[in-house]
Design a protein around this ligand. Structure first.
Ligand code: NZQ
Ligand code: ZN
Length: 385
C-alpha cells in the first residue's frame, strides 16, 4: 500500500424522508439559496414542489435546464445569478450533471472572468459557495466527491475541475427519489459506478482491503441493477445502488493505490464530440479496454476479478478464467440495455485521431495501469466499431 490521507467531510443523510432535515442543515449558511436542477424530471415527480415547500422560509432563486454533460454557459449563468443576488448557498437537485454544474458555479461565483478559465487552469479557485445536494440518480458519486466535469461545445472539450472547496457540505440520499429514473439511465448510472470501481481496482499496487471493498461494490451493482430496472420502485435495490454509487468514487476504493484513469478519459472524448450518455459510453469501452490490456503481466489481476466478482472457478486455466470475467462484464452491460458498439451511438471513425490524442493528453494515459499511447486508444476505439 502507498501512503494516503482519507477523509469524507460531506455529511450524508441517507434514507426515506431525509429531505426534511434540510432546513435545519442549511440554516447556518444563510437565507438565500440558488436551487439548480436539470431538464424537468424533478418537476414531473413532485420533488421540486416538495423541496420548495420544505424550504419556504428561505429565499429561493432558480437555475433549471442544466443539460446532461453540463455546459460552461450554465456555469456562467449560475455564477451571474449568485453574484447579482448575493446568494449564500447552492442546492443542487439532480444527478452528476446538475451537481457538477453547481460545483463549478460555487467556485465561479468568486471569479469575475469566464468560468472556463477555472476548468483549464487559467484562473484559480480561491473560494466557493457552500453546496448542498439532493441526489436523484445513482451514478457518478459527485454527491460525495470534490470533482466536476464541465463541457465546452465550442472547443469540443469535456474536462475535469477538482478542488477540496467543491465538496458538498451535505448530501441527501433518499433512494425513493430515484424511483422515476428510466431504465436506460439506471443502467448507465450502474455502468458508471462499476467503471469507477474497476478503474481503481486494476492497479499495480497491492491493496487487499480496498480491493475487497471494490469486489463487494461490484457484486452489489451486478445484483441490484437488473432488479431496479425491472422494478423501478424497489426500495432495497435503489438503496443499494445509491450507496454503491457514493462509495465507488469517494476515495475509499483508491486508498493506498496509484489510481490512474483509463476508460473515463476515452469516454470523455466521445461525450465531448458526440454528447453521449457518460455511463453508456463506459459500458461499451470498458470490456474492450479489458481485452486490449489482458497480457501475461495483467492476467493475475483479471483472475482475481473473474473469481471474486463473477464467481468463476480458480481451477480454470488463467487466461480462460480472465476471459470469462471479461465476457461476463460485456454480457452484463449488454443485458441491462447498454449499447456495445459506436454504431449504436451513430458514431464513426472520423474523429478517432483527435480523440485518441486528447484522451492521452488530458488523462495522462501514458501513466495508466497499462500505459496507453494514442495508437493504443485508437485500437480500443476500433474494437468498438
Ligand atoms: O435533467 P433531468 O430532467 O433531471 O433528467 C435527467 C437526465 O436526463 C435524468 N434523471 C436524473 N434523475 C432522475 C432523472 N429522470 C427521472 N427521475 C429522476 N429521479 O437522468 C438523465 C441523466 O442525468 P445526469 O445528471 O446527466 O446523470 P449522471 O448522474 O449520470 O451525470 C452524468 C454527468 O456527470 C459526469 C459525467 O461526465 C456527466 O457529465 N461525471 C461526474 C463525475 C464527478 N463529479 O465525480 C465523475 C463521473 O465519472 C462523471 O464523469
Ligand atoms: Zn464516471
Amino acid at each position: 500500500m502507498n501512503n494516503f490521507e482519507f477523509s469524507l467531510p460531506t455529511q450524508v443523510l441517507f434514507g426515506k424522508g431525509q429531505e426534511e432535515n434540510l432546513p435545519e442543515r442549511l440554516k447556518p449558511y444563510g437565507t438565500k439559496i440558488l436551487m439548480t436542477y436539470g431538464g424537468g424530471s424533478i418537476k414531473k415527480n413532485g420533488l421540486y414542489d416538495k423541496l420548495k415547500n420544505l424550504l419556504k422560509d428561505f429565499e429561493i432563486f432558480e437555475l433549471g435546464g442544466i443539460d446532461p454533460n453540463p455546459r460552461v454557459e450554465s456555469v456562467n449563468e449560475g455564477a451571474r445569478i449568485c453574484r447579482e443576488n448575493g446568494i449564500d448557498m447552492i442546492l443542487a437537485v439532480g444527478g452528476g450533471s446538475t451537481i457538477d454544474c453547481s460545483k463549478a458555479i460555487a467556485a465561479a461565483a468568486y471569479y469575475e472572468g469566464n468560468a472556463w478559465d477555472l476548468v483549464i487552469g487559467k484562473g484559480k479557485i480561491t473560494n466557493a459557495l457552500p453546496l448542498a445536494v439532493v441526489l436523484t440518480i445513482a451514478a457518478t458519486g459527485s454527491e460525495t466527491d470534490a470533482a466536476a466535469v464541465i463541457s465546452n461545445e465550442k472547443t469540443n472539450e469535456k474536462l475535469l475541475l477538482g478542488h477540496p472547496l467543491l465538496l458538498p457540505k451535505v448530501s441527501v440520499l433518499n433512494p425513493e427519489n430515484t424511483f422515476t429514473v428510466p431504465a436506460y439511465q439506471t443502467a448507465a448510472g450502474s455502468s458508471d459506478m462499476m467503471s469507477h470501481v474497476i478503474e481503481a481496482y486494476f492497479d499495480n499496487i497491492e491493496a487487499f482491503v480496498p480491493d475487497a471493498i471494490s469486489e463487494g461494490l461490484l457484486r452489489a451493482a451486478i445484483k441490484y441493477t437488473p432488479i431496479a430496472i425491472k422494478e423501478p420502485d424497489n426500495y432495497e435495490a435503489r438503496a443499494q445502488l445509491m450507496w454503491t454509487s457514493s462509495l465507488a468514487l469517494n476515495n475509499l476504493t483508491e486508498t493506498g493505490k496509484s489510481f490512474m484513469w483509463s476508460c473515463h478519459y476515452i469516454e470523455h472524448e466521445l461525450s465531448a464530440f458526440y454528447d453521449i450518455t457518460h455511463g453508456a459510453g463506459l459500458a461499451m469501452i470498458t470490456p474492450k479496454w479489458m481485452r486490449y490490456i489482458l497480457s501475461d503481466k495483467t492476467v493475475d489481476k483479471f483472475c482475481d476479478y473473474a473469481a471474486n466478482v463473477w464467481g468463476f472457478s480458480r481451477e480454470l486455466d488463467k487466461f480462460e478464467l480472465a476471459n470469462k470475467g471479461i465476457d461476463a462484464t460485456e454480457e452484463f452491460f449488454k443485458n441491462i440495455g447498454m449499447p456495445m458498439t459506436l454504431g449504436e451511438f451513430g458514431i464513426d471513425d472520423s474523429k478517432f485521431d483527435v480523440m485518441a490524442e486528447n484522451a492521452v493528453k488530458n488523462g495522462y494515459l501514458n501513466m495508466a495501469y497499462v500505459p496507453l499511447t494514442p495508437s493504443d486508444v485508437k485500437e480500443i476505439l476500433k474494437m468498438c466499431l
